[in-house]
Design a protein around this ligand. Structure first.
Ligand SMILES: Cc1cc2nc3c(=O)[nH]c(=O)nc-3n(C[C@H](O)[C@H](O)[C@H](O)COP(=O)(O)O)c2cc1C
Length: 208
C-alpha cells in the first residue's frame, strides 16, 4: 500500500484549474490503486510554522550541537514533523498555479520548511549535495498565459524551473509535468484546455 502525498497550492478551490485537474488525477488514481491512501496537504489551510529568526536560532542551535532551549526544541519539532510527512510519502502529486511568473508564496513557505540538511538533503564535502527524498512525482501547473517552447514567453516562466529545480535538489528527479495553460482566454478555449489536461491526468494516474 503506497501513500500518495497531494500538495495543493491554489486558494481558488472550486474555481481553480490546477485543482480540477488534480482531482481528476486523484479520482483515476484511487480507481486504479484501491489499496493506496491519498494524503491531502492544502497549503492554504496547513497552519505551517513561521520560518523566522526564532526558528533559525532553533535550527542552528540544534545543527551546531549547542544546547537548544525547550521552546527551540519544540519549534524545530514542528519543522521536523512537516518534513517527515513530506519525505515519508511514496509518490507525489502537486498542483501549482503561476503567480507573478513564479510560485505562490505558500509554496515557497513550504519549501523553506521542508528543505533541511539531514532531513531532505545531505551534504558531503567530497560528493556535494544529494537529495534524501525519493519517489515518482506529477506536477500540475496552471498559468493564465502560455509559456511553452516556441511561445516566445519561455524566459518569463520562473514557475516550472524553480519548482522542478527544488524537486530535483531534494531527490525527486522522476517528474511528469502536466500543464494547464492558458487559463485566461475565451471560455470555449479554456474549457478545451482544461478538458485536455484532465484526460492526460486520468491517463497518467492509471499508470502512476
Ligand atoms: C496573484 C496572481 C498572480 C498571477 N500571475 C500570473 C502570471 O504572472 N502569469 C500568468 O500567466 N498568469 C498569472 N496569473 C493567472 C493564474 O496563473 C491563472 O489564473 C491560473 O489558472 C491559476 O491557477 P488556478 O486556476 O489553479 O488557481 C496570476 C493569478 C494570480 C491570482
Amino acid at each position: 500500500m503506497a501513500r500518495l502525498l497531494y500538495v495543493e497550492a491554489s486558494p481558488r478551490k472550486g474555481r481553480s484549474h490546477s485543482i480540477t485537474v488534480a482531482e481528476a488525477f486523484i479520482e483515476a488514481y484511487a480507481a486504479a490503486h484501491p489499496g493506496d491512501t491519498v494524503d491531502r496537504l492544502d497549503l492554504w489551510n496547513a497552519d505551517l510554522p513561521r520560518f523566522d529568526g526564532a526558528m533559525l536560532d532553533a535550527k542552528y542551535a540544534i545543527l551546531h550541537g549547542q544546547a537548544p532551549s525547550t521552546a527551540e526544541q519544540a519549534a524545530w519539532g514542528e519543522v521536523e514533523a512537516v518534513a517527515e510527512r513530506f519525505k515519508s510519502a511514496d509518490k507525489y502529486l502537486f498542483s501549482v498555479p503561476m503567480w507573478n511568473f513564479g510560485l505562490p508564496y505558500v509554496v515557497k513557505h513550504y519549501i523553506d520548511i521542508v528543505t533541511q540538511p539531514g532531513l531532505t538533503f545531505a551534504f558531503d564535502p567530497a560528493s556535494g549535495y544529494s537529495g534524501l527524498v525519493s519517489g515518482p512525482a506529477v506536477a500540475i501547473y496552471a498559468s493564465g498565459g502560455a509559456y511553452h517552447a516556441g511561445s516566445g514567453a519561455e524566459a518569463f516562466d520562473l514557475q516550472k524551473p524553480a519548482f522542478e529545480g527544488w524537486l530535483g535538489f531534494v531527490g525527486l528527479t522522476d517528474v511528469e509535468r502536466l500543464t494547464v495553460a492558458p487559463t485566461l482566454g475565451a471560455a470555449d478555449d479554456v474549457t478545451a484546455t482544461v478538458a485536455a489536461a484532465v484526460a492526460r491526468a486520468r491517463e497518467l494516474a492509471a499508470r502512476f
